[in-house]
Design a binder for this molecule. Structure first.
Ligand code: SF4
Length: 438
């Protein structure tokens, strides 16, 4: 098999791993235009300085001794198999890099022979790149569950970022769909990587030139929609992983059926992209907005509202905390107002030291008044002429796409709010609602 054929198979097989962000676009070239795009091969990641960099995303092999039901590379799936040698991986990376196609490498692999053997192959490829070719570009490498700690420690000294995929949100789902893996075999390398990064940061304080262990941290990916796990379970797990293993990112991957299996949704099931999007929004709220998982969902309402983003849903369900007076509210509370983001909250805190803010000033500071207007007052007063009827509120809180769905005939009559919502609005808002209606 020639290199081009191998490359085609092994980049195609890698495209389902979202632990580094793939463009996912597929577009062929046209006469009279320039360029084309394929959904596999090159993915993107963000460097520590915020730059978006392109990576060659490839598997060492798509052969695997495991049989995870959701995976295209599972051993029982009759697909074309290929494998690169460490030398071939190093050579391709260098050739692509020299031609300016890529700035780094995302290397993963199916499990050949054993976890240890596979990890040794990954180490061999990275050692060639780092030591022989003196490649200093970005490398993201997959840690293989079940590999020996000493091997993973060596791997981490060669890579910028490592990831161990948790894959499924619960032990039960893992047991059912990936019987060769165990929670322990996934969490142990995650713990090792976390400890190594912590040890390394202490060494770096003492010795500035000490070798660095996975300086860009670790990440993981979770498949959404292949199992009956709820958003509440997923979000709780997410919160636990961020706290316990200090992950940089958790990537959610809407399950795309690729193999027929009685344990999985049927092949014509569409990937739950909106659910994936809601989980990313909630993940953002956990990391940057001071929310806890239990505030956003609970056992009684375990899934996100498809029509409203998690922050708006929270605000609607906690109307007793509004309106917020922007000239006095603490930073933490400003962050909870729909339409106020981290940047605009910081700008409000700074700007109000110089004087009292009005709605005009808020707009200039980047506040999305279309959303925020229902939840704030300036100098004790709501926005002049504010209408707080159910439909006005919905239209303002939904994005264009959500609104289009809401206006589909079959769900047009859907009501989010019982009348108690309007009745429970704070004085100022209630006056507006009864004056102007919806
Ligand atoms: S171990 Fe990885 S590559 Fe192998 S079947 Fe499972 S998910 Fe696929």
């Amino acid at each position: 098999m020639d290199m081009m054929e191998k490359l085609e198979i092994l980049t195609e097989s890698a495209k389902y791993d979202v632990a580094c962000t793939s463009s996912g676009s597929k577009r062929s070239g046209q006469a009279g235009s320039l360029g084309n795009a394929v959904s596999f091969g090159i993915c993107h990641s963000f460097a520590a300085d915020g730059r978006c960099i392109s990576l060659l995303k490839v598997l060492m092999t798509n052969g695997c001794i495991y049989d995870c039901a959701y995976c295209i590379n599972r051993k029982s799936n009759p697909i074309r198999r290929a494998a690169f040698t460490p030398q071939e991986i190093a050579d391709i990376t260098m050739q692509f890099y020299r031609r300016n196609y890529i700035e780094g490498l995302f290397l993963s692999s199916g499990i050949m022979r054993s976890s240890d053997y596979t990890t040794e192959q990954l180490i061999a490829a990275l050692e060639l790149l780092r030591n022989e070719y003196k490649f200093r570009g970005y490398i993201h490498v997959k840690a293989i569950p079940g590999a020996d700690d000493a091997l993973l420690s060596r791997l981490g000294m060669l890579a910028d970022r490592m990831s161990v995929n948790i894959e499924l949100p619960s032990q039960e789902s893992l047991h059912r769909l990936a019987p060769d893996k165990s929670k322990q075999s996934i969490l142990q390398p995650m713990n090792l990587i976390k400890n190594k990064i912590t040890e390394n940061s202490t060494e770096l304080v003492k010795y500035r030139h000490a070798p660095r262990f996975a300086p860009a941290g670790q990440s993981t990916q979770m498949i959404i929609g292949a199992t009956p796990d709820t958003d509440y379970q997923i979000l709780n797990l997410t919160e636990g992983l961020y706290k316990k293993y200090k992950l940089k990112r958790i990537f959610y991957s809407a399950y795309t059926p690729v193999v027929e299996d009685s344990l999985l949704p049927s092949l014509d099931t569409k990937p739950p992209l909106l659910r994936e999007h809601r989980l990313y929004q909630a993940d953002w709220l956990l990391r940057f907005y001071g929310f806890e998982a239990k505030e956003l969902l609970d056992e009684a309402a375990p899934n996100f509202n498809p029509l409203l983003d998690p922050k708006c849903s929270w605000a609607i369900n906690h109307r007793e905390q509004f309106p917020v007076e922007v000239n006095r509210a603490p930073y933490e509370m400003l962050l909870r107002v729909p339409g106020i983001g981290v940047r605009s909250a910081q700008r409000i805190i700074k700007a109000r030291r110089a004087g009292t803010l009005d709605f005009h000033a808020l707009k200039k500071l980047g506040v999305v008044l279309k959303r925020a207007q229902f939840f704030i007052t300036c100098k004790g007063r709501p926005l002049e002429g504010l209408k707080v009827g159910e439909h006005t509120l919905l239209r303002s809180l939904m994005s264009g796409q959500e609104l289009a769905k809401f206006q589909q005939p079959e769900i047009e009559q859907l009501s989010f709010f019982d009348d108690s919502y309007l009745a429970a609005l704070p004085e100022a808002g209630r006056a507006a609602s009864f004056s102007y209606g919806g």
